[in-house]
Ligand binder design. Structure first.
Ligand code: ADP
Length: 285
């Protein structure tokens, strides 16, 4: 409460009495606190957005310099009739893929914001799709990591968009590789759990601080133990994954410990076997 008191004087200037007002300001304090909280949140949103723009322009420019240097070098060698090193071409392709994936993530995030990604669901063999993603990812990354797939004993089918589900698995696998800098084994496992298919991707990497885990699937969020200099990224991949999984009626979550590693889980409703049809793994890349 707040107390206001005003003395009343008589004709000679003596205090003859007073008027007191007792004001209950609980409600006002509550409103002030709420305003302060909203203001802090708005400031944080502005900071995250500014950080994002700095990181995005850096991330988009980074692959361009080595890419144009390598292409100029290749052009010179071809003009002189000199032999071309295939690894140079592979590196150029990796920079190009990195750029493509950044641009796709930016476009997907903006599609999600403006009404959602368009899905084309069909019966999809999740076991074949996972195998396919592992195969493609292994071909793209340098040696140093091992990916082990613990496949289910029987086929697992879901009703889903194979291109988007492939994107989810690829994203989790790429993160597992990216955030496990010292190599090691990535375990991918897929198993039936009641009427869902449970996919997990486990890595022995840097892990995620406990107090940051609840924010991981938010747009632009990057945990405090990843600096842009050591690990590139826009903080959009998991945001997009969460949207895709949710729109398939599924759930995505993480268990992680700093310096020990992380396991990401995706649970998707399976298709009753009566509806199940043979399905090829998607060949989208
Ligand atoms: P990006 O990797 O581009 O930053 P993501 O949305 O894929 O964006 O991931 C968001 C954040 O979650 C990452 O910046 C990182 O802090 C954390 N993260 C995701 N996967 C892993 C992982 N396997 N190990 C450790 N941290 C991870």
């Amino acid at each position: 409460v707040r107390i206001h008191f005003a003395p009343c004087h008589d004709g000679s200037g003596q205090v003859a009495g007073g008027v007191g007002i007792v004001e209950d300001i609980t409600e006002r304090k509550k409103v002030e606190r709420e305003h302060a909280r909203l203001f802090r949140e708005a400031q944080e949103a502005v900071r995250v957005r500014e950080d994002f723009l700095t990181i995005a322009s850096h991330e988009l420019k980074t692959p361009l310099t080595p890419l144009s240097l390598r292409l100029a070098n290749l052009e010179r060698r071809l003009e002189r009739g000199e032999p071309v090193d295939p690894s140079s071409l592979r590196h150029a392709r990796q920079h190009l893929l990195r750029l493509t994936s950044l641009i796709n993530d930016l476009l997907d995030a903006s599609r999600i914001e403006s009404g959602g990604l368009a899905l084309q669901p069909q019966p999809t063999r999740l076991d074949l799709l996972t195998e396919h993603v592992i195969h493609v990812t292994e071909g793209l990354y340098e040696a140093g990591h091992r990916i082990l797939f613990h496949a289910p004993a029987t086929p697992l089918q879901v009703l889903g968009d194979p291109y988007r589900l492939e994107q989810v698995i690829a994203n989790l696998l790429e993160n597992a590789l990216k955030y496990s800098p010292d190599g090691g084994t990535i375990h991918v496992s897929l198993e039936p759990r009641g009427d869902t298919a449970l996919l997990s991707v486990s890595d022995p990497g840097i892990g995620i601080p406990a107090d940051q885990q609840e924010h991981l699937f938010e747009r632009y969020f990057r945990a405090r133990n990843v600096s842009p200099r050591s690990y590139g990224g826009l903080g959009l991949g998991l945001y997009i994954c969460r949207d895709i999984v949710a729109r398939h009626g599924g759930r995505i979550w993480v268990e992680s410990e700093v310096d020990r590693g992380s396991t990401f889980y995706v649970a998707l409703p399976t298709l009753p076997s009566a509806q199940a049809q043979p399905e090829q793994a998607s060949s989208h890349t």
